[in-house]
Design a protein around this ligand. Structure first.
Ligand code: ADP
Ligand code: MG
Length: 401
């Protein structure tokens, strides 16, 4: 990686201003339902504690408070969880402030071993406008800027991009470094065969990614709802399945490009269909050419599972984005979990396997195989943009090595 990291800084006596991604899911009472993102920031925080940084100031956004203070999106529950997860810190404090005198006072009173969490950066409307004044105010809170928020690195915000220009050095944390290492090298220097699996509900979310991958991989395996639109592009009838009418032309173009470039693009040969979009619907396995009228495709079928699994297991690099079916409902989860298992098997045989996308990450988690693959990205949108070959603004603004 050509960006400086926290290893390149002599920390003693220096205060760290760290952008983390603490945008965790919460239930209606504000209870954190999944703290993966907090856990993912711990290696960087621990390193800064061990290297005697003169206090650590953490900042993140949480939810979509739309530029106004909204107690529902307060960082308070996160601070409590962080304190539990970080016994090494002598103190984990919270301030109501984001910038201004109170924030400066709280930051400058920090001692080594202490952590301060600022209030939700999106309580300030200037954050998402990448306001230079807000960035300058944030820059006063530390001596070194660290970006470890991969999940928001694709957004140029005051706390991700703006501040990196105003507080130097500006370096990457370990999570950001790891994400860039896996996603970057998969795209730039994949070991071949390089196979990608694309699924999820819609093509329209992922046109750019499919286009970019067509130029780089050896095979693309298509599943999920997006396969339906490809079927229609080939002139097939998918009955009541989800189809994106606006994307049919695009699907035709992608199929033609794959053929032109000699990339193997596979569509499901058989599918699981249901007579309703429901976990207790009647289901059957049919050929992809024979979806009965009134039925809808909700998963890939067993023959397709076999074909896709064989492709995955023969690969040296695999990138997977998007579930193969409506895996949230048990009768339509088999295809997704089978692909997850094939990823784990490929990893055991020495392949590099990468998962991007929020729903795909939660699928591999549910399958209990998250630690059996090489890398599960913590960023949804950011990982897609990386795969698309787009330079993330939050990364670009960091110091080159
Ligand atoms: P990711 O978050 O991994 O990028 P997406 O958000 O693109 O994935 O897609 C996930 C969603 O796609 C899931 O909620 C899943 O239910 C839905 N999906 C998958 N297959 C189908 C299908 N055949 N019909 C309708 N929805 C589907
Ligand atoms: Mg999603």
């Amino acid at each position: 990686m050509n960006k400086k990291t926290i290893r390149d800084v002599e920390w003693a006596g220096k205060r760290a201003l760290v952008r983390v991604d603490f945008n965790v899911p919460q239930d209606d009472e504000g209870k954190i339902t999944d703290d993966t993102r907090i856990q993912a920031a711990l290696p960087t925080i621990r390193y800064l504690l061990e290297h005697e940084a003169n206090g650590i100031v953490l900042m993140s956004h949480l939810g979509r408070p739309k530029g106004k203070v909204d107690p529902k999106f307060s960082m308070r529950p996160i601070v409590e969880r962080l304190f539990e997860l970080l016994p090494e810190a002598t103190e984990v404090k919270k301030t109501e402030a984001i910038t201004g005198e109170a924030a400066v006072a709280a930051a400058s009173s920090l001692q080594p071993g202490q952590v301060l969490v600022l209030e939700n950066t999106r309580f300030d409307a200037r954050e998402e406008k990448n306001d230079a004044v807000m960035a300058a105010e944030l820059a006063k809170l530390g001596d070194v800027y660290v970006n470890d928020a991969f999940g928001t690195a694709h957004r140029a915000n005051a706390s991700t991009e703006g501040v990196a220009h105003q507080l130097k050095p500006a370096v990457a944390g370990f999570l950001l470094e790891k994400e860039l290492a896996f996603l970057g090298s998969a795209i730039e220097r994949p070991q071949r065969p390089f196979v990608t699996i694309m699924g999820g509900a819609k093509i329209s979310d992922k046109i750019g990614v499919i286009e970019a991958l067509l130029g780089k991989c050896d095979a693309i395996l298509i599943g999920g709802g997006m396969a339906n639109t490809f079927f229609v592009a080939q002139g097939r009838d998918v009955a009541a399945s989800l189809v994106e009418k606006d994307a049919i032309e695009t699907a035709k173009i992608l199929l033609a490009k794959a053929e032109e470039q000699g990339v193997k693009m596979l569509l499901p040969s058989d599918v699981v269909v249901a007579d309703a979009f429901s976990a207790d619907a009647s289901t059957q396995v049919v050929s992809a050419d024979a979806v009965p009228a009134g039925w809808r495709i909700l998963d890939i079928g067993p023959t397709t599972v076999q074909t896709y699994s064989d492709e995955v297991k023969a690969a040296k690099t695999v990138v997977w984005n998007g579930p193969m079916g409506v895996f949230e409902m048990e009768p339509f989860a088999k295809g997704t979990f089978a692909v997850a298992q094939a990823m784990a098997d490929a990893t055991a045989q020495g392949a590099t396997t990468i998962i991007g996308g929020g729903d795909s990450a939660s699928a591999i988690e549910q399958a209990g195989l998250a630690d059996k693959v090489s890398h599960v990205s913590t960023g949804g949108g950011a990982s897609l943009e990386m795969l698309e070959g787009i330079t993330l603004p939050g990364v670009a603004a960091l110091d080159d090595r």
